[in-house]
Ligand binder design. Structure first.
Ligand SMILES: [Zn+2]
Length: 133
């Protein structure tokens, strides 16, 4: 008896979820190379076919918001940041007033919307981002 049934054996050509630097997302990858210890060394992204070194998934979950201050006022709000909060994606269309959550810059507000580009204010910094508008 052994415990082989518990851990899925990694093998060449097998599937593994890994972060793809090209797709900038966790993607399904094919194992392209294994080390002598049987650890995954190289993987190939099934989506963009790029072959790269295997990186363990980084547990970057900063979304532990425990400070819920329920002070929501709907009366006479002159708030420029009253739009819905959405995750930034260049495939999305944004409008002035939209609140966007950018993976790198954090929370921002769209202050200008042009064809293909939006100006987003992240705190004191203004960034020009691509969008589908
Ligand atoms: Zn990829």
């Amino acid at each position: 008896m052994n415990s082989l049934g518990i851990v899925k054996r990694l093998q060449l050509g097998g599937d593994i979820d890994a972060y793809c630097g090209k797709c900038k997302e966790i993607r399904e990858h094919v194992i392209a190379a294994l080390s002598a210890q049987g650890a995954v060394e190289r993987v190939q992204c099934r989506t963009c076919q790029s072959n790269h070194i295997y990186k363990e998934k980084q547990a970057k979950t900063a979304s532990t918001r425990t400070s819920t201050r329920g002070s929501r006022k709907d009366t006479g709000s002159t708030a420029e940041s009253s739009g819905p909060l959405r995750a930034y994606s260049m495939q999305e269309k944004f409008q002035i007033g939209d609140r966007v959550e950018h993976p790198k810059f954090g929370l921002g507000v769209v202050v200008e919307s042009r064809s293909g580009k939006i100006d987003v204010k992240f705190g004191r910094e203004l960034k020009i981002l691509i969008h589908a508008g």
